[in-house]
Design a protein around this ligand. Structure first.
Ligand code: SF4
Ligand code: SF4
Length: 377
């Protein structure tokens, strides 16, 4: 191990678990609030989505990898020691992982909110009961279209919508929040048809994934597919369609973030620096830690990570929703931490400047907009 090595025991020594609102306030003042990590526990997937390179037709079984349980547990403890409180378990399809429940159980037992992202094909009655017992906080199920036929054709998962509908009823009974995740793609020709279809499947909220043709990290959730290739003007109009949906179903993506993405497409200055690499991370099945899905080089092995490896450089290179949306919402928390730091150093003017500006106000509005959904995690 290098000089940056951090053992799970060492990192847990300075874990400060937030104790309700008071703990959260303390964490915001200290370092801007809790971070998240997207942990892709395997690259295996049983689906064949045309806009994704985890697709079983592209990545065959012989190339599948699964993060072993013991190392996953050690990695989670290190993340916890660095302020990560939200663990998003993804794949591929994470429900193919033989130790999924052990990984969830460990993270939830350490006080993390665990969010599972799945295509829903493995959400059986027993599976949902075990998810509940393991302590999962929230489930996100991918939906590609505004009809079952189109969704199942793209996924190559026959009858998966029927399973999702049953799963949503069971998840509600177990009081586990469930959200639809819809990739903005050409499979949706009428955004207005989405709310009734999603509601018929049992969803009352949706988060949109912005289309991705290229990623440079190990994450394969992208493809050079006409389904997700847009010219900027067309994509700009599609964002307008998403904004309109807010009147008909809860859309998790903050309005301020959608408008930031529209500025990105118009090549206008960005107002909200991304916190990827500072508060948010991507961990892959080989335990390489990346600042995000987009970045071409990993930060280091998770087992070599320490706080000196964090990156805060105001990056706005890409438009990946999970990092950019969260950064808009957390902007206010980071501004509070910055202002607190300035005050401690006797720089009152800098503290006022950090706190009282339009970006902080818009970030605060986005927190209010998403508060009910966040509280349910
Ligand atoms: S989008 Fe999800 S379900 Fe579809 S191939 Fe990719 S990882 Fe699998
Ligand atoms: S803007 Fe994109 S490339 Fe930059 S840190 Fe955020 S997610 Fe990564």
């Amino acid at each position: 191990m290098s000089r940056h090595s951090t053992s799970p025991e060492a990192s847990l020594r300075h874990v400060q678990r937030p104790a309700g609102s008071l703990g959260l306030i303390r964490q915001v003042l200290a370092d801007g609030g809790p971070g998240f990590c997207q942990f892709a526990i395997n690259n295996a997937c049983n689906a064949g989505c045309d806009f994704c390179s985890f697709n079983l037709d592209i990545l065959p079984r012989k190339d599948w990898s699964f993060a072993p349980l013991e190392k996953s547990i050690a990695a989670i403890d290190i993340l916890l020691g660095h302020g990560v409180r939200y663990l998003v378990l993804t794949g591929g399809e994470p429900m193919l992982h033989p130790d999924l429940y052990g990984i969830i159980g460990h993270a939830a037992g350490r006080g993390m909110a665990v969010i599972l992202v799945t295509n829903g094909s493995r959400l059986t009655e027993d599976g949902i009961r075990t998810l509940k017992e393991s302590g999962v906080s929230s489930v996100i199920i991918s939906i590609d279209a505004a009809s079952a036929a189109k969704h199942e054709e793209n996924r190559k998962l026959p009858n998966v919508c029927e399973r999702i509908k049953k799963a949503n009823a069971l998840l509600k009974a177990h009081r586990i929040q469930c959200t639809a995740s819809v990739t903005m793609s050409r499979l949706i020709d009428d955004y207005g048809a989405l709310p009734p279809f999603l509601k018929s499947l049992g969803f009352d909220s949706v988060t949109f994934s912005y289309p991705l043709t290229t990623l440079r990290s190990s994450f394969l959730g992208h493809a050079d597919s006409p389904l997700v290739s847009y010219d900027p003007e067309e994509l700009h109009r599609t964002f307008d369609e998403v904004k309109k949906l807010k009147r008909r179903i809860h859309v998790v993506n903050p309005t301020a973030s959608i408008e930031e993405m529209q500025r990105f497409l118009r090549k206008e200055p960005q107002r909200f620096p991304c916190l990827g690499g500072f508060k948010y991370f991507y961990l892959d099945w080989n335990f390489l830690l990346w600042r995000c899905h987009f970045w071409e080089t990993p930060i280091c092995s998770i087992f070599d990570f320490d706080d000196s490896r964090r990156i805060r450089d105001g990056c706005t290179r890409c438009m990946i929703d999970c990092y950019r949306d969260a950064s808009v919402m957390q902007h206010v928390g980071v501004a509070v931490a910055d202002a607190t730091m300035h005050l401690r150093k006797g720089r009152a003017g800098a503290a006022v400047k950090a706190l009282f500006n339009r970006e902080v106000l818009d970030s605060l509005k986005s927190v209010v907009e998403g508060k009910a959904w966040i509280n349910r995690i």
